[in-house]
Design a protein around this ligand. Structure first.
Ligand SMILES: [Zn+2]
Length: 316
């Protein structure tokens, strides 16, 4: 009897723990944290997108100017964008006048329609159109409606920019100067970073990952390294990355992403050149420097494989 009671208790405790974990995941809300004067970010969880986290896996940021609010990225589902708008309204009654899209990946743009409906002007790099018109975008949306249900559904839509940019653009919004700079093709063809010179804040999108292994995908890591070198030339005090915590050691963090990409290229480049099979080369490579980083297990192997294919196709 005592034994039975013990087992019941233990499973009850496990159930409570399970429910608590589910509740935490469900309730991961975008909570703004101030990172510089009038500048806030919300930080997504370090995980792959799921129904449980409502695709809250990327960051967004906003700056309150004299007249309005400028938002960088729109989060990974409309419900998150709605919550972000609510959070902004708690800080300021000013409207969101602009949303800058750092790139058209689902976790950064599925919330766009909420800002669009609220009257914001959306700005993005014009290569974002390539994604919007691609089969990938359509297939991804289809898959997301299942994988991210009910947060992404048949009402979720991809929203094009109101203003497409193909060269650096200086804008002044409510007295605040900002510079939109194409940084791609790096993580994507349409990478755009936003630089606020008076704040020394750089919104870097996914060109900079922090405290986690980047998702390389089909990116050209050679160009990506060049983009990081450009960003290293900025005098940034604060970097808001597309994923992970804010960086106040801008240089070191840029360097980390750069080192990881360079390491992938070196290891996989050698293997491709020697025509070593990928499996063998992967197993032989010493990953210890990066292995403790979050999402290493989820991302490193596929990053290495994509890099291997890239180096086969276009050796450095
Ligand atoms: Zn991302």
């Amino acid at each position: 009897m005592l034994m039975f009671f013990h087992i019941v208790c233990r499973s009850a405790a496990a159930l409570v723990l399970l429910m608590a974990t589910a509740a935490t995941a469900q309730s991961a809300r975008p909570v703004p944290v101030r990172v510089a004067p009038d500048t806030y970010m919300v930080q997504g969880v370090a995980a792959l997108g799921s129904s449980a986290n409502r695709n809250f896996i990327s960051n967004a940021a906003f700056v309150v100017t004299r007249d309005s609010v400028v938002v960088i990225d729109a989060l990974g589902s409309p419900v998150l964008a709605k919550e972000l708008l609510e959070e902004i309204a708690r800080i300021t009654p000013k409207p969101v006048s602009h949303v800058v899209v750092t790139h058209y990946h689902a976790d950064h743009v599925y919330g766009l329609q909420v800002f669009k409906d609220a009257g914001a002007t959306i700005l993005a790099h014009h290569d974002g159109k390539l994604y919007l018109n691609s089969d990938t975008a359509e297939l991804r949306m289809k898959a997301s409606r299942e994988d991210l249900a009910p947060w992404v559904d048949e009402h979720t839509r991809l929203v094009p920019a109101d203003r497409w940019i193909d060269a650096p653009l200086r804008l002044t919004v409510g007295g605040l100067e900002m510079e939109l700079r194409p940084a791609g093709p790096a993580h994507t063809a349409e990478d755009l970073v936003v630089w606020f010179p008076s704040l020394k804040v750089l919104m870097a999108g996914d060109v900079v990952f922090r405290n986690r292994v980047p998702f390389v995908g089909q990116a050209d890591s050679g160009h990506w390294i060049e983009a990081l070198d450009t960003l290293l030339s900025y005098d940034a005090a604060v970097i808001v990355p597309g994923h992970g915590p804010v960086s106040r050691s801008a240089r070191a963090d840029l360097q980390m992403t750069r080192d990881y990409l360079a390491y992938l290229r070196k290891a996989m480049g050698e293997a491709a050149r020697n025509m070593d099979p990928f499996e063998e080369a992967y197993a032989r490579t010493d990953w210890s420097r990066f292995a403790k980083m979050p999402l290493f297990d989820a991302a490193n192997r596929i990053n290495a494989y994509n890099t291997y294919l890239l180096m086969e196709r276009s050796p450095p």
